[in-house]
Structure formats: structure tokens, C-alpha cells
Design a protein around this ligand. Structure first.
Ligand SMILES: Nc1ncnc2c1ncn2[C@@H]1O[C@H](COP(=O)(O)OP(=O)(O)OP(=O)(O)O)[C@@H](O)[C@H]1O
Length: 360
């Protein structure tokens, strides 16, 4: 049976059915609709004001590739200028290939690209060095926790370096729904209540952040990349198989099989969640080391780096969930890296240059 006509232009044959609405569209009309929806998300949420200098967190993966491409299309209408900022976490056999994709994109789209590396920002610590250190304490699944916190700070550093006023990341609806599920499964009410909305306004001196693809499904992001013939890097991070997120992803797939709108429903549910007044934590203060917003003496990034320096990464992870606060305790002197041949020795005293800026 021939494909139906495109429900929008009525001229071309439909190439797909939109997963959520079932609407049959040709590739060109789908891409136009996708871009219009992202434009609506940005305008309705007042995410990027005219004149904004926008740092796009560019990983080389499909989401940030699609985000950079769509925002480049929309930039003249939004009145914003774009900079690509890529973070090199120091993950052998993975990030180099992804960065090569980002470099190709920057050249093809004529966008300025800045690469910032964990090793430079965090006193010699690469993710490979962190992974060895956490594996030694039986917590290799913690890699994503470390990486997520450090990447957030690295992106902030890179964005400031290029004079950005705003940061955007490529998180899509599926990513957000997985995060909501993970927070439920961990019983993390604080994160659940904070996790709604399309971004943060930039509290505590941090740059405002937003996620313009947050209402777009992963399937549609992939379809957009396909029809626009985008060149992206599609391998999974070598540490990802260990992550708890994999279980949330599996659960979401099961839910979507029964209810196709499950991902977006979860995203919208999280937007409506708020902590009861009695359950609210005290307002955050400033990290005693770098000045970033922190609910304890040290912000998350400084606490993790501090734990690594002391050779006690487990305590640093536990802190985020009510573990012991090490600030002020007399820990052992900073240890050498766990594999002296593979990473430069992390400098003593925390995260080095990154501490000068606010990180969360
Ligand atoms: N190394 C990096 N450098 C810059 N930004 C990054 C980096 N890694 C992730 N990001 C930003 O964070 C977003 C979410 O990344 P994450 O790896 O959690 O999800 P993802 O769905 O695999 O994203 P992507 O397909 O863009 O890689 C990315 O879309 C990107 O904007």
C-alpha cells in the first residue's frame, strides 16, 4: 500500500507518523514542525532573551547535535548568537571520537568551538582516573554521579570563558522522564521538586541554564537528525552500562509500550511537584571553597573533588544523600593517583581553577 499523503503540505508522500500524535508527515514538513515546536518552547518559556550569547553544551551526540542545528536555524528569529562548548572528560576510547564529531559540526556550521578539559580544570583528574579511584572503593557505578557534577561545573567554566550569558543542553523528554523516575526510585524528594521546569534562572551567580528539547521525544530527535542528515557520534559512554539510569530507561520503555505519552506525562508531573513547607530544606548558602550555592559546607563538585583528593570518594558520594560532611575533618593528606602511569597527579587542595567560579 502506498504511503499516505503528507497531512501538512498535501503534496509529498508521508515519510513518518509522529510518534505522539500519529500525524503522517513528509520529512521536510516534520522538520519544519519540529523547529517550530522548539521555537515555541523557547519563546513561551522566555528561555533565551534577544541578545543572549548562548553556550551550547556540545557532546557530539544526537541530542546536542540536533539542538545546535535547530538553534542555528532559529538564531536569527530569536536574536541570539551561539557558541559551542565541549567538555573533554578524559574518557579514553570514547570522548576523542565524540569531540571529532563536534569539531566537524563547528566547521560545517561555522560556529565557534571551545573545548574545556577536566584534567585542566580539576587539577589533573580525568574521568578515567576518577573511575579507577571509585572502582577501588567498590563504587564503579558512581562514575556517572561524579561525571554529571563535574561536567556541570566544566560547562559553566567553558560558558564563562566564551562570554556566554546562557547555557543550553540537549536533554530531551526521555532523558528528563528517566531522571524523574530515578529520583522517585531513590526517594529523592528534593531533586524531584527542583527538577521541574525547563531550566534554572541562574541562582547564586550561576549562568541561567535551559533545555529547549525537553518536550521533544527521543524518537523525534533521532528522526530530525535523520531527515536533516546530521553527522553525530552515536556510541554509548564506556561507563554508562554501570549507571542506574539504564534501569530507569528500561522501565520507561515498558511504560511507553502501554502508554505512549508516558515520558511527557512524567515531565509534566514533575513540573507540578513541590515540597510541603515542612519538608523544605533551609535555603542554600555558599560553598566555603568556591562560593557556589551549597546546602552543606562544600558544594557538590568541591565535595566530590575533596573526597577524591583524600582517597575517600565513597564519603563524598554519600554526602549528597545525607552522608557525613567532611569539611573541617582532619582527613589524610592527598593521595597520589591510583594509577601513576596514566594520569597526572591531581593537585592538592580541591578543584584548582574551577573553584574561582560558581559551579552549581
Ligand atoms: N562532553 C560534553 N560536553 C558538552 N556538553 C555535554 C557533554 N556531555 C553532555 N553534554 C550536554 O548535556 C546534555 C545531556 O547529556 P547526556 O550525556 O546526559 O545525554 P545524551 O542524551 O546522551 O545527550 P547527547 O545525545 O547530546 O550526547 C547533552 O545533550 C549536552 O548538551
Amino acid at each position: 500500500m502506498p504511503a499516505p499523503q503528507c497531512a501538512s503540505c498535501h503534496a509529498a508522500r508521508a515519510a513518518l507518523r509522529r510518534p505522539r500524535s500519529g500525524q503522517a508527515l513528509c520529512g521536510a514538513c516534520f522538520c519544519t514542525a519540529f523547529e517550530a515546536e522548539v521555537l515555541h518552547t523557547v519563546l513561551a518559556g522566555r528561555l533565551l532573551p534577544p541578545g543572549a550569547v548562548v553556550a551550547v553544551g556540545a557532546s557530539g551526540g544526537k541530542d546536542s547535535t540536533v539542538l545546535a542545528h535547530v538553534l542555528r536555524e532559529l538564531a536569527p528569529r530569536l536574536g541570539v548568537s551561539l557558541r559551542l562548548v565541549a567538555v573533554d572528560e578524559g574518557i579514553g576510547g570514547y570522548r576523542d571520537a565524540a569531540l571529532a564529531a563536534v569539531r566537524r559540526q563547528a566547521a560545517r556550521w561555522d560556529l565557534p568551538l571551545t573545548v574545556v578539559a577536566y584534567a585542566d580544570l580539576f587539577g589533573g583528574w580525568t574521568m578515567d582516573a576518577v573511575a579507577r579511584s571509585t572502582a577501588g572503593s567498590g563504587r564503579s557505578r558512581a562514575c556517572c554521579t561524579f561525571c554529571g557534577v563535574l561536567r556541570r561545573r566544566a560547562l559553566e567554566e567553558g560558558a564563562r570563558l566564551v562570554g556566554a550569558t546562557h547555557i543550553v543542553t540537549g536533554h530531551n523528554a526521555d532523558d528528563m522522564a528517566e531522571t524523574v523516575l530515578m529520583n522517585f526510585l531513590r526517594g529523592d524528594a528534593g531533586r524531584l521538586a527542583r527538577g521541574g521546569g525547563l531550566g534554572s534562572r541562574g541562582e547564586g551567580g550561576a549562568l541561567p541554564r535551559c533545555r529547549p528539547l525537553q518536550l521533544a521525544s527521543q524518537k523525534e530527535v533521532v528522526l530530525y537528525a535523520h531527515f536533516r542528515r546530521l553527522d553525530y557520534f552515536s556510541e554509548e559512554c564506556v561507563y554508562a552500562p554501570e549507571a542506574f539510569r539504564g534501569h530507569a530507561r528500561h522501565l520507561l520503555k515498558l511504560l511507553e509500550a502501554a502508554r505512549p505519552s508516558a515520558a511527557l506525562d512524567l515531565v509534566h508531573s514533575a513540573e507540578r511537584l513541590a515540597l510541603a513547607p515542612a519538608a523544605r530544606p533551609p535555603p542554600p548558602g555558599a560553598c566555603s571553597r568556591c562560593g557556589a550555592l551549597a546546602s552543606r559546607a562544600l558544594c557538590q563538585a568541591c565535595a566530590l573533588l575533596d573526597g577524591l583528593q583524600r582517597g575517600r570518594p565513597r564519603l563524598a558520594i554519600g554526602k549528597g544523600r545525607g552522608g557525613r560532611d567532611e569539611e573541617g575533618s582532619s582527613g589524610p593528606p592527598p593521595p597520589p593517583p591510583s594509577d601513576p602511569g596514566s594520569a597526572p597527579g591531581p593537585a592538592a587542595g580541591g578543584c584548582g581553577a574551577a573553584c574561582k567560579e560558581r559551579c552549581e
